[in-house]
Design a protein around this ligand. Structure first.
Ligand code: ADP
Ligand code: MG
Length: 366
C-alpha cells in the first residue's frame, strides 16, 4: 500500500503560557512506495511521533492530506484505516496469555469481517510464527523477556493484516544486543509480509541499517529523503551530515581561496567549482589518510587500536568540536608518543558547507 503525505501540517498551541505555536510537523510532502520500509529519523522533539500519529489517525492534521493508495484517509477514524501500531512500551495485558493478547484486536471485528474462534486462533498462530514466539502462546507477558514481549506486540499489530505498519521507537526499551537482533527480525518480517512500514527512531544507525529510505527531520521540517547510503554520502546540509555517522563527522572552520580548500591555514585540497568564501569543512572519520607529507597537521591526543581499525584522536586549531576522530586501518602504525600527526584527506569524504546557510556546496577536485 502506497502512502502519500500531502502538505501535511500539525500545529499545537504552546505548552507554555503565551508561547508561540509549535509546528510539530511542518508542510510534509512525501510518498512512501508500496512495500517499503521507511525510517523516520531525527532528534527528540523533531515531530516523528506526531507524523506517525497523523498517519495512524490518532492525531488530526491542522492542514494537508493523507492517502493510502488512492483512498483519502485524512478524515477516517484510526480503526478504519487498517494500520498496525507498535510503540516503545509493549502495553500488553498482563492478565492475558500471549495468545489472548494477540487475538484481542480480532475480537472487535464486526459484521462481515467477524471471524470464528478457529479462524482467530489460526491467524494468531501465523502471526506468532512470523515473529518466532509460536512456542510461547500459553505464557503470560511477565514470564517473557523484553524482546519477546515486543514480539508479541508486533504479532498483535500484524494479526489484523494491516495495510500499513507503524513502529514508534519499538526497540528503545531493549538492551543493546536484543536491539540489534530485534531490528534484524523487524527487517525480515517486513520483507516476508511486504507490508509498507514506517519505523521511527532517533538512532541513526538503527534507521540506516534497516530502512529502504530514510527521512531526516529537524524541528518539524523534512531535511532530506533518500537511500541511507546516499544521504550519508551526499547530505544536503550540515545538520544532516552531523546527524548521520558514528563517530560523527569532524567539522572545521575553513575557506575557499585561490582554488584551494583550507582548514584553518592548511590547504587540504585543490578544488574547482567554488567561489572564494568562508565555509565549514566536514571530514568523515574514514576520510583521513595517514601521510607524513600530508597538508593537515594535527596535534596527537591518543591512539586507540580496536581490532580491525585504529582510531586516532587529535586536535586542530580550526576544529569546531572538542576533538578530531579519524579511523584508519590498523596496519598503519602511529607512535603514540609523537606530538603531531599529519593527514591528507579523501575528497569523497570531505564535504563543504556554506557558512551562511549551512547548505552543502558541491565541488570538483583538480
Ligand atoms: P518526536 O517524536 O520526534 O520526539 P513529537 O512528535 O513527540 O517529537 O513532538 C514534536 C513537537 O511537538 C515537540 O516540540 C513537542 O513538544 C510538540 N508536541 C507534541 N505533542 C504536543 C501536544 N499535544 N501539545 C503541544 N505540543 C506538542
Ligand atoms: Mg516520539
Amino acid at each position: 500500500m502506497k502512502v502519500v503525505l500531502q502538505n501535511l501540517t500539525k500545529r499545537y498551541p504552546s505548552r507554555e503560557k503565551g508561547g508561540a505555536d509549535v509546528y510539530a510537523v511542518n508542510d510534509f510532502t512525501f510518498e512512501i512506495p508500496d512495500g517499503q520500509l521507511i525510517g523516520l529519523l531525527g532528534p527528540s522533539g523533531c515531530g516523528k511521533s506526531t507524523t506517525l500519529n497523523l498517519i495512524s489517525g490518532l492525531e488530526t492534521p491542522t492542514s494537508g492530506k493523507i492517502f493510502f493508495g488512492d483512498d483519502d484517509v485524512t478524515n477516517l477514524a484510526p480503526e478504519n484505516r487498517g494500520v498496525g501500531l507498535v510503540f516503545q512500551s509493549y502495553a500488553l495485558y498482563p492478565h492475558m496469555t500471549v495468545l489472548q493478547n494477540i487475538m484481542f484486536p480480532l475480537q472487535n471485528f464486526k459484521g462481515d469481517a467477524k471471524l470464528s474462534k478457529e479462524e482467530m486462533v489460526k491467524r494468531c498462530e501465523e502471526a506468532a510464527k512470523l515473529v518466532q514466539i509460536d512456542h510461547l502462546l500459553a505464557r503470560k507477558p511477565k514470564q517473557m523477556s523484553g524482546g519477546q514481549q515486543q514480539r508479541v506486540a508486533i504479532a498483535r499489530a500484524l494479526v489484523k493484516m494491516p495495510r500499513v505498519l507503524l513502529l514508534d521507537e519499538p526497540l528503545s526499551n531493549l538492551d543493546a544486543r536484543l536491539r540489534l537482533q530485534t531490528r534484524e527480525e523487524i527487517r525480515r518480517i517486513q520483507r516476508e509480509t511486504g507490508i509498507t512500514t514506517v519505523f521511527v527512531t532517533h538512532d541513526q544507525e538503527e534507521a540506516m541499517s534497516i530502512s529502504d529510505m530514510i527521512v531526516v527531520m529537524k524541528d518539524g521540517v523534512i531535511q532530506q529523503i533518500g537511500k541511507p547510503q546516499t544521504v550519508y554520502d551526499f547530505p544536503v546540509n550540515l545538520f544532516v551530515a552531523k546527524f548521520l555517522g558514528t563517530p560523527p563527522i569532524n567539522v572545521f572552520d575553513g575557506c575557499v581561496k585561490d582554488g584551494g580548500l583550507y582548514v584553518g591555514e592548511d590547504r587540504i585540497l585543490e578544488v574547482t567549482g567554488l567561489e572564494d568564501q568562508d565555509v565549514y569543512v566536514g571530514i568523515r572519520p574514514e576520510g583521513f589518510i595517514l601521510d607524513q607529507d600530508g597538508p593537515m597537521k594535527c596535534r596527537l591526543i591518543g591512539v586507540e587500536v580496536m581490532g580491525r581499525d585504529t582510531s586516532i584522536v587529535s586536535s586542530h586549531d580550526a576544529m569546531t568540536g572538542t576533538q578530531i576522530r579519524s579511523i584508519i586501518s590498523a596496519e598503519n602504525k602511529v607512535d603514540p608518543a609523537s606530538e603531531f600527526v599529519r593527514f591528507s584527506v579523501k575528497p569523497f569524504k570531505t564535504l563543504v558547507f556554506s557558512k551562511d546557510t549551512e547548505e552543502a556546496l558541491s565541488y570538483e577536485v583538480r
